[in-house]
Design a protein around this ligand. Structure first.
Ligand code: FA5
Length: 340
């Protein structure tokens, strides 16, 4: 028993002397480790008379537990000292502002798409999505393109195989809608299009379009004008008017290109509209009766209008961006300027 007490005292003394975590650890091994002094005492139990064994064992265990507690307390104190020393060594300025989190924001084209969607949904159109990898059938054939039409040439179109292209416009959604629905309907789609074009300030191989069409009884060019006017005013402000000029697309008859009066100079002529007072937005017209008939829609009863335009046109005008390639480069210095 005396031996135990002496050993604990000696160990306690060493604990208090240990001035580093390493020294403390070494000391712990020396006393409590497998070959340590406590373990040696534990082995001595075997040589004791039977009646002394329990009391000795108990005393030894208690002493060991006490020592372990003392070592843990010392270890915590040494850790704390260590930390204090480290903090003192690194100068800290607690008044320094924290690091600012960089918040993301929708891409400028997504912002434009959201405005377009809100405007068309507000006019009663339903949004659907159709594939970017499109069947030649929907991209061209069903839209009345004759087989020798230049747009079908692989100079202009990315063919994936004989039957598939990367869609060159969003208009092929019409065939998909006609196959699944009967009039009346008002539907639009918006998304990526691809053309095999030399990239320059105003053309890209990858760009975006929105296409809308409506088929119902008694639909006329007047509805087209009214709808495009309301759409343009929702996008560009209340004073904007729409101009039609005759144009040709195989899937509309009659076909037009449409422009809006320049919202920057109200038609007076400025740099944005290149002094013309008008900004061209896209193509439109009455759905070709041949197409309606191909889908067994009674042309005595139903007519439809359709229009399509480039999405990039909207931010290009709104922010006077002079190079369309910027939309695809994802340079944050460009994109961060367009807070939603
Ligand atoms: C069409 O694509 C027709 N599908 C539009 C249409 C729909 C007409 C419904 C009638 C009825 P166009 O090829 O003109 O038409 O393209 C429409 C718009 O897409 C253009 O005014 C332009 O803004 C945009 N666009 C076309 N090609 C590119 C390109 N390479 N890069 C960027 N924008 C383009």
């Amino acid at each position: 028993m005396n031996q135990i007490e002496t050993l604990v005292r000696k160990a306690e003394g060493e604990v208090n002397e240990a001035s580093t975590l390493k020294a403390l650890q070494e000391m712990q091994v020396r006393y409590l480790g497998r070959h340590g002094e406590f373990t040696a005492l534990l082995r001595a139990i075997g040589g004791l008379p039977a009646e002394e064994k329990p009391a000795f064992g108990k005393a030894l265990n208690e002493a060991k537990a006490r020592l372990e507690n003392i070592i843990e307390a010392r270890r915590a104190a040494l850790r704390k000292e260590d930390e204090t020393r480290r903090h003192a060594a690194e100068p800290q300025d607690l008044t320094m502002p924290g690091r600012r989190m960089r918040a993301g924001l929708p891409h400028v084209l997504s912002q434009a798409a959201d405005r377009i969607k809100a405007a068309l949904i507000g006019l009663g159109f339903e949004l659907i999505e159709t594939p970017e990898l499109e069947l030649v059938k929907y991209n061209f054939t069903a839209l009345n393109y004759p087989p020798d039409h230049p747009a079908m040439d692989d100079q202009d179109t990315f063919y994936v195989d004989d039957d598939h292209v990367m869609r060159t416009h969003t208009t092929p959604f019409q065939g998909r809608v006609f196959e699944e629905r009967r009039p009346p309907f008002r539907i639009f789609t918006i998304g990526r299009c691809f053309r095999n074009e030399a990239v320059d300030r105003t053309h890209h191989h990858t760009f975006h379009q929105v296409d809308a069409f409506m088929v119902d009884e008694g639909v006329s060019m007047a509805h087209l004008r009214g709808t495009l006017g309301a759409f343009a005013r929702a996008m560009f402000g209340p004073s904007v008017t729409v101009r039609f000029r005759p144009d040709y697309f195989p899937f509309v008859e009659p076909g037009v290109d449409f422009a809006i009066s320049c919202p920057f100079c109200e038609g007076e002529g400025c740099v944005v509209c290149k002094r013309s007072g008008w900004i061209e937005l896209g193509g439109a017209g009455m759905v070709h009766p041949d197409i309606l008939e191909n889908y067994d829609i009674d042309t005595d009863r139903y007519t439809g209008f359709a229009f399509g335009l480039g999405v990039e046109r909207i931010p290009i005008m709104r922010y006077r961006i002079d190079d369309l390639r910027l939309f695809m480069e994802n340079d944050l210095r460009f994109l961060e300027q367009f807070q939603a």
